[in-house]
Design a protein around this ligand. Sequence first.
Ligand SMILES: C[S@@+](CC[C@H](N)C(=O)[O-])C[C@H]1O[C@@H](n2cnc3c(N)ncnc32)[C@H](O)[C@@H]1O
Length: 210
Amino acid sequence: MGLFKNYVNQTRKPEGFLGKMMVDGMNGGHAKLADWGMSHLEGIAPAAIVELGCGGGRNAAALLERYSKAKLTALDYSETSVKKTKATNKKEISEGRCTVQRENVASLPFDGAAFDLATAFETVYFWPGLETCFAEVCRVLKPGGTFLICNESDGTDETSLKFEKIIDGMKCYTAEQLTSALMVAGFSEVKTDHHPSKPWITVLATKGKI
Ligand SMILES: C[S@@+](CC[C@H](N)C(=O)[O-])C[C@H]1O[C@@H](n2cnc3c(N)ncnc32)[C@H](O)[C@@H]1O
């Protein structure tokens, strides 16, 4: 595998030296996108948050700042990502507000109805079996809970489709494809937004109260 291909493949599961470089870069590189995504979180005051595919942990830190009374669990299946998220959120971990775990979103080690908010920034491209993973997210959310997905690809932009060809197992989804998978997985309401000038999308799904 060439160096470039090896490097961009680190987005899927950062490992080793290149993975560490990638995770360091993602914390800064995804900040604007993630802040735009989080700006869609209106009218909620989550007490328990799960941040899925947390990468370098910058978005976990931003959520903990945004919701100062909340506790957050960040998870990722990459050891490199878990290590970096722990370093990024050292203070919040020592205060008991943040926990970081190495887990796969396909099988979440939590009781049902454990969280008010679940977030996934730039990660669903790599999830194995979208509907199964979304059903897991739905299971661990409380009734009325919110699931935020934020992607820099709307599933049709040329740049991301090029990456899809070189990153193993990557799949860029349209907002419609995500909506349909979320509804099949058990969510009751889905709202989507497209950035006015970039191919960024935000998808907000709600778990029904019944
Ligand atoms: C492109 S990075 C995005 C990281 C971070 N969310 C951000 O916006 O900067 C994707 C992350 O999702 C993680 N990931 C991918 N599939 C996963 C899965 N099935 N379970 C847990 N983590 C996963 C990867 O290890 C990686 O850290």
